[in-house]
Write a protein that binds this ligand. Structure first.
Ligand SMILES: [Fe+2]
Length: 387
């Protein structure tokens, strides 16, 4: 029997409650964790949509006091985490509930880390740098895409130096994810498109990742199928509860796949881009996706063939380059159907930005599991193609 350690695979996941009404169990879980006082982390948009009031009412009904923290921007920042952690300690909180998309959820992870360790969040960049257990995390996602509610990633913006950094640790996998498709009702169509394409990228990158395996493949392929089938319809019919549930399920499965198989060059390059220009994460991924498929295809032809089949392309009788082209065309068509036409140049990227973007992208942990080994020049060439 082979004892090659590089072939071993692990799978971590929170306890997941999935379905309409899942959010209403929040107070039961907070009690189970012995909550004295809960910090509810969210952002102004989610607050205005009414979700924060509802969660606080549910907690109050079980006599659990809470303090609200909503000073969170898209692409959450180092200073926001530090302020949140200070408030958490001052107020004597012992449980964190996050309600929102990737930004409040990643900020909540950061607050948990800093409140426990008492040091700057910057010191935890990288893989497995967290030394002590952090407070219980109960996460309620209100978008269907980022999957910070099931993942072992937190992505933070260092605005002073204009880059994003990744924290990867089992410690930031939430204890409980209350995944409730009802909460995505308040997303507009641009957010639905960006987060849905982000989820599709998670699934594709996880499936072709060098860290992929039997524990994640089934989730990745299910996610590709679910998002490919339902996302464009959901953008057209945002009130349809069944479509919302299917896209949320796809997003969750993509999250379980990528949290464990890790990602690839789309995310490494998109983190660099989002940190530099403060653009929406899903949009960054969308602008890069087909160009990275073009670059990676030859390094994982069998895997990409399965991706193409799962997206409804019949590869029989086609050469590898024909399958690649069909897959790229399919991805572009899907993006257009959901209203994403943007290119890097239109978003303000100049050719002179590419060396800096590439330098950060090759330092991102996601580049390590990309199926094709990549150096700085390779990454520069892909950015140039996407311009
Ligand atoms: Fe992502």
């Amino acid at each position: 029997m082979s004892s090659d350690i590089s072939r071993l695979r692990k799978f971590v996941s929170p306890e997941i409650i999935f379905g309409s009404g899942a959010r209403k169990t929040v107070a039961n879980y907070a009690s189970t964790f012995g909550a004295r006082k809960v910090m509810v982390v969210s952002d102004p948009g989610v607050e205005a949509a009414g979700w924060v009031d509802e969660i606080e009412t549910l907690l109050a009904e079980q006599c659990i006091p809470c303090v609200r923290f909503t000073d969170v921007s898209p692409n959450p920042r180092v200073e926001q985490i530090m302020r949140g952690a200070e408030l958490y300690r001052e107020q004597g909180c012992n449980v964190i509930v996050a309600v929102g998309g990737g930004s409040p959820m990643d900020c909540a992870k950061g607050i948990g880390i800093v409140s426990t360790h008492g040091r700057s969040i910057i010191e935890f960049e990288g893989v497995d740098r967290i030394e002590s257990p952090i407070p219980p995390l109960i996460f309620i996602p209100t978008t269907a895409g980022t999957s910070a509610d099931v993942s072992q990633f937190a992505i933070i913006s260092n605005t002073e130096e204009r880059f994003k950094f990744s924290i990867v640790s089992k410690s930031v996998v939430p204890d409980v994810a209350l995944i409730d498709p009802d909460t995505t009702r308040t997303m507009d169509s641009f957010l639905t498109a960006c987060t849905g394409v982000d989820a599709l990228v998670h699934a594709i990158e996880a499936f072709v990742s060098t860290g992929s395996g039997a524990l994640t493949d089934m989730h990745a392929l299910d996610a590709i199928r679910l998002i490919n089938t339902h996302l464009a319809l959901l953008v057209e019919q945002p009130e349809d509860g069944h479509l919302r549930e299917q896209v949320m399920l796809g997003s969750m499965k993509a999250g379980l796949a990528f949290s464990n198989a890790i990602l690839g060059a789309v995310h490494a390059m998109s983190h660099s881009l989002g940190g530099y220009l403060d653009l929406p994460h899903g949009l960054c991924n969308a602008m890069l996706l087909e160009h990275v498929i073009d670059y990676n295809y030859s390094a994982a032809t069998d895997r990409f063939r399965v991706v193409a089949e799962t997206m409804g392309i019949d590869p029989r009788g086609l050469s590898q380059s024909q399958i690649k082209r069909r897959l790229m065309q399919h991805v572009i068509a899907l993006k257009r159907e959901v209203g994403l036409y943007q290119s890097l140049a239109e978003q303000g990227v100049h050719i002179t930005d590419i060396p800096y973007l590439s330098q950060n992208a090759i330092k991102d942990p996601c580049i390590l599991t990309n199926p094709r080994k990549s150096n700085r020049r390779d990454v520069e060439a892909v950015y140039e193609e996407a311009l």
